[in-house]
Design a protein around this ligand. Structure first.
Ligand SMILES: Nc1ncnc2c1ncn2[C@@H]1O[C@H](COP(=O)(O)OP(=O)(O)OP(=O)(O)O)[C@@H](O)[C@H]1O
Ligand SMILES: [Mg+2]
Length: 272
């Protein structure tokens, strides 16, 4: 018997989104989305602009706009967190977020060191020397070796790539079992993009990753499976290699064509 990816992932899932519908102002913008991510699995949520990727992510994170109507369910590590804002979720159901705009995610006035200390203190109860050494370890883990300088800097004193690494370090600091990254590389140049993807690959060794992008080439360099959204609904859920070689839906095929028109990472070339 063939077990669908959804059923397989559901068994030991970090995330299960079941029949999720999100409406705003009477418009259904996410329609019956089902997706599941196993612990330490990396799944890409891809689709054209406006297909509902960020709204789906917001439902998972508990950050939907006020007035959003939600049907269906979101379960994180087995806990039903549908409609629950982050502050009302249990530690086990914590989801860490990395966004598209690291400049907006960081407080421009507060040095990175103080910002990185918050999740370590609040979520992990660290202080003193333990906090200081964990902060340095996290920065090293995201490839920021010059920790003292970075900790003293404010966001404006760092490059875009450095800021995004800081944001990933902050996401890792809370030790959430699920990381949601919404277009984390879109604002970066190609070289920095590849570096941040490598950092995310390392970062997601101990956590599940929902990686949102409209760029299938970037998704293929990081994830094993992709869920394709079109007009708010899932149109395909498949291993990335299969999506690349035999897309089943015309929207998937359009994303494959777009990726092939750009630079193909080695792995995609090998898949054909
Ligand atoms: N706060 C909001 N109020 C009303 N409509 C919204 C709101 N946020 C998103 N939408 C609409 O919902 C649909 C899906 O938006 P969403 O941001 O999820 O798209 P996306 O797939 O993330 O696109 P992109 O690749 O451009 O980021 C779009 O039609 C968008 O205009
Ligand atoms: Mg978006």
């Amino acid at each position: 018997m063939i077990i669908s990816p959804w059923r397989r992932a559901e068994r030991s899932a970090a995330l299960v989104v079941d029949d999720l519908t999100v409406s705003l102002g009477g418009r259904e913008l996410v329609r019956g989305v089902r997706l599941a991510i196993a612990a330490t699995e990396r799944v890409a949520l891809i689709g054209a602009s406006g297909s509902g990727k960020s709204l789906t992510a917001a439902a998972v994170l508990g950050t939907l706009p006020v007035g959003a109507e939600v049907r269906g369910s979101v379960r994180v590590a087995g806990a039903d967190v549908t409609r629950l804002p982050p502050a009302r979720r249990s530690a086990a159901a914590r989801v860490a977020a990395v966004g598209q705009d690291p400049a907006a995610a960081l407080n421009p006035l507060v040095p990175v060191g103080a910002q990185l200390a918050l999740p370590l203190r609040n979520h992990r109860g660290l202080g003193g020397a333990a906090l200081a050494s964990e902060r340095t370890r996290l920065l090293a883990a995201v490839g920021l070796g010059d920790a003292d300088r970075v900790l003293r800097s404010t966001a404006g004193e760092l490059s875009g790539g450095q800021r995004q690494r800081v944001c990933i370090a902050m996401a890792l600091a809370s030790r959430a079992g699920l990381l949601v990254a919404d277009e984390p590389t879109t604002a970066l140049d190609l070289v920095t993009q590849a570096q941040v993807v490598a950092v995310l690959r390392e970062a997601s060794r101990d956590a599940a990753l929902l990686f949102i992008t409209h760029d299938l080439a970037v998704a293929a360099s990081l994830c094993d499976r992709a869920v394709v959204l079109h007009a708010g609904a899932v149109v395909e859920d498949a291993p990335i290699t299969r999506l690349l070689t035999a897309p089943q839906h015309e929207q998937s095929a359009a994303l494959v064509d777009a990726a092939r028109a750009g630079a193909l990472p080695a792995r995609m070339g090998a898949a054909s």
